[in-house]
Design a protein around this ligand. Sequence first.
Ligand SMILES: *Cc1c(COP(=O)(O)O)cnc(C)c1O
Length: 405
Amino acid sequence: MLNWMERDQEVIMSTYGRLPIVIERGEGNYLYDEDGKKYLDLFTGLAVNILGHSHPDILKALTDQASKFLHISNYFYNKPAIALAENLIASSIKGKVFFANSGAEATEAALKFVHKWAKEQKEKKQGVVVLKNSFHGRTLGALKLTRQAGVYQDFPVTDVPVYEVEPHDVEALENVFKQFSPAAIVVEPVLGSGGIVTLKQDYLRDIASLCKTYGVLCCMDEIQTGVGRTGTFFAYQQAGIEPDVILFAKGIGGGLPLGGIIVAERYAHVFKPGDHGTTFGPSPLSAALGNAVFDVLMKQGQLEKGKLVADELHEQMNVLMEKYSEIITEVRGMGMMLGLVMNVDAGSVKEIQRQLLEDGIMVDVTQQTIIRLLPPLTLTADEVKWFHTKLEEKIQTVVNNNVKS
Ligand SMILES: *Cc1c(COP(=O)(O)O)cnc(C)c1O
């Protein structure tokens, strides 16, 4: 009889590199495989399970809503969605929300919104500015904004002009604004799959102020950085700027698919009935879970608690970097979003990931040699210590091997 891994290979298209475990269930900050082996989840389904697994408040919201209805349609008022939009606005900018079902769909909504807005402007505005190595999703429209060679490959592209600039090059950005009159810039405050590249707050402020000067929409892609992951509800808030458009997804649905955009009040009229829509957005169930996430983060103080543990995690990773500066060249990121830049080959980084998995710790690797940590905000100081110890063991092994060879 085939096992689950073999059955997967038989019937699921091979578009992902999988880790060799089959998950059976999750509880708190841990996942358990088929054999009952326990793993500390520093991966959270790629920045989704911000409160870990099976959080009691999420389970309660799930059963409460599921016992009422799972789906209605956008022809009816959706109470969980209205409450979630109120929560989102109270935690960001005064404006209005459009709900979709995923990150890429949030980007598509933003693209259509930018396009409609541009058409209303007196002076001609066209196109979108993005940063080198950015990631905004994989559907054809979003793919045009995603500037990672391995991702956009040779798929057909929309005819929205896209201008790529280097992060932190303010002069280049202003030149693009002057020369091409783009309609918008879309930016991740921390480039996630691009390798946890944290944009400087001054740079975010420069972007916002250039947007004002040149009449360009300032759009923050907070799909990965949002929902408390970086220490504030949205990451841009730490720079004290006011974006025109915010993209959200991943953590917002408490583990269910949900995404969307928030646009500032002055642009709320741009989308009119018929301009955009989706059958499922938002699922009342996802929205109900989103409200539970909000409650735990903002009312029960989990955002603040998570921030303190995240500080501890950064500190311990910095200690490790100082001790093994030959191996770890940089610790970057914000809050529960960290990148450890490893000065070893991709194979060795994969091997560290594999050994950690053997010890019961899940980490992600991005851009081949960057260990990406996306822990839940419920991580504890003891778990940070344990991870530090285990990671140090693996690095010590690399050091020993290097000495031998
Ligand atoms: C994951 C991600 C997306 C795409 O989200 P999907 O739900 O996978 O479509 C877009 N932007 C950023 C910054 C992301 O991290």
